[in-house]
Design a protein around this ligand. Sequence first.
Ligand code: AMP
Length: 586
Amino acid sequence: MRYSRIADAYEKIEATTKRLEMTDHLVQLLTETPTNLLDKIVYLTQGKLYPDFVGIEIGIAEKLAIRAVAKSAGHREKDIENDLQKTGDLGKTAQRFLEKKTQVSFFPKPLTVERIYETLDKMAKSTGSGSVDLKIGLLASLLSDASPIEAKYIVRTVTGSLRLGIADMTVLDALAIAFGGGKETRDQLERAYNISSDLGKVARTVAEEGMESIIQFKVSPMKPIRPMLAERLSSPTEILEKLGGKCIAEYKYDGERIQAHKKKDQVILFSRRLENITDQYPDGVEYIRKHVKAEEAIVEAEAVAVDPETGEMKPFQELMHRRRKYGIKEAMAQHPITLFMFDALYVDGKDLTLQTYPIRHRHLENVIEQTDNVKVAEYTIAEDPEELELFFEKTVESGSEGIICKSVTPDSVYQAGARGWVWIKYKRDYKSEMTDTVDLVVVGAFHGRGKRAGKYGAFLLAAYDPDKDTFETVTKVGTGFTDADLEKLPQMLKKHQIAHRHPRVDSTLDVDVWFEPAVVIETRGAEITLSPIHTCAMNAIREASGLAIRFPRFTGKYRVDKSPEDATTTQEVVEMYRNQLKKIEG
Ligand code: AMP
C-alpha cells in the first residue's frame, strides 16, 4: 500500500472540524487498506507503532529530525531552523524544503506503508551508541524518497506531533461502519477494545474474521484490560439506594492501582494507565508469582506503601520512591509494599469479566494465598446505611481515603474502561491540616517487626477526660521515632508496664503491652476524623463514634514536665475537630 494514500487521508482529516466527516474519511481509508496492514494503519493514525502497553514509542528529538530534514533536502541545519522559527511546525518546514527540491530533482520511487512502518520500527528500537546516527540516516532516507506532503506527515509522526485528533472512539466508530455492519456494532467493538487495550488487534480481527469473532473476544493474560472506574456519592443512604439495597463495601486503599498478569512464571504489572510498571515492583512480581495460585491469572490490587518497622500503611506519596530506573532495590527495602487484592478478571482459561462481582470475588479469595504482604481488600457486606457509615469511619481511621461500594446484582460485571454506577466511592469530603500538636499519654504498645523486631513498633496514645477521669485512646503512632528513641522508650515505660488494661484507660483496642498512664509525648497529626475504634470523645460528635488523629508523628519531645492529667483533654480534641470543620466549611 502506498503511503501517499494515507497522507492524502490525513490531509482531508486535518481539514475538517466535524467528527462525522473525520469518521467518513477514516472509514474510506480503512476499507481501502489490505486487512493484513489494518493494525499498522490504526496505530499510525494515532501516531503510534504499537498499542500503548507495549511501551515502544516512535519519538525522536526535534533536533535530530532537523538534521535528517537538512540532510535529505540538501540544506544547512541553520536554514531548516530559521524556517522552523517561522512555521512552528517541522512537518511544514520539511514539506516546504522538499517542494523546492522536487522542482529540481527527479521523482523518487514511491514509498510504501510497509517500508515506512518497518523503518520507524527500526528507529524506535535502536538504542545505544551509534543509534543517533542510525536514526538520522533512516529518517533521511525516507524523506529523500518522500513527496513533500508525505514528508510533512512522516516528520510529524516521528516527532510525536501528528495530532490528527483521531480518538479511540472515532476509530471504533469507523470500524463499526467499515467492517461491523453498521454503527450499532460499536458497543461490541468497544468491549473488545476494553478487554484488550489494542485497537489494532480489534481492527484486524473484525476485518479478517467478522463480528462473530469480536463477540467471542476473550481477555488474555499479558494483554491489559482497561480498568473499571468508580462513581462517587456523598451519603451511605444514596449509595445503597443506587446499588439496590445491598453492596460489598471495601476499604479504599491509598496506593497505586496494579493490574497483575500471570502466565506460568512470567508476571507483568500494569498501572492504571496501562503502562508496564513491572520493573518498579520486583517485590510485587514475586508476591504474584508465589501467592496467586493459578497457572494463568489476571488480578487487580492496590499496592500500598507500608512502614517496614510497624507494618502501618503510609500515604500514597511514599510510592513515588518506586518511580525510578535505578536504585529499586534500596527503595524496596526502605519502602516495602503490601498488595490489597480487589478483583479477579481471569483465572486459568476462564474469562471472569462477564461474571458478577460476588462470583469474581469468590474466585479472588480462592486464588490468593494471603500473607502479610498479599491480602484480599478488607470488606463487609452492608445492607444498612448505618452499618455502611460505621465501616467507612473505621477505614478512614486506619488510614484509608474511604470506601468503595460495589454492586452485587446480576449486572455487576466488570465494566472494563467504564465509570459506571456499579462501583461507588464514598470519601471523606473534608481535609485539613492539624495545626496544633497534642500531648498524649502512652497507654499501650505493639511489638515491632523487621528492623524494629525485639523493640516496640508503635504506641497506643490517649487523651485525658477530666470529667470522667479516664484516658481515652485517640491514635496509634509508629513514625517519628529515631533509633535512640526506640532504645529509650522501653526503659522509660518499663516501670509502668502492667499485665492488663489500666482501669482508667478506656480502649476497645488490644495491644501487646499495657502501661499505666504516665509517660506523655508530643505528637502531630495530619487531621482529626470520626472513628468507631478510638474512644476519645465517644458519642460527643456522633452516636457510636469517637475521634482519631490520622497520620500521627512523634515530634521528638518527651513531655516529662507534664503529668498524664496535664495531657491534651478529650474536650480539646473535640474543639480541634470542630475548628477543623469550620475551616473547611468557611
Ligand atoms: P479514584 O481514583 O478516586 O477514582 O478511586 C478509584 C481508585 O481507588 C481505583 O482506581 C483504585 O486505584 C483505588 N482503590 C483502592 N482500593 C480499592 C478497592 N478496594 N477497590 C477498587 N479500587 C480501589
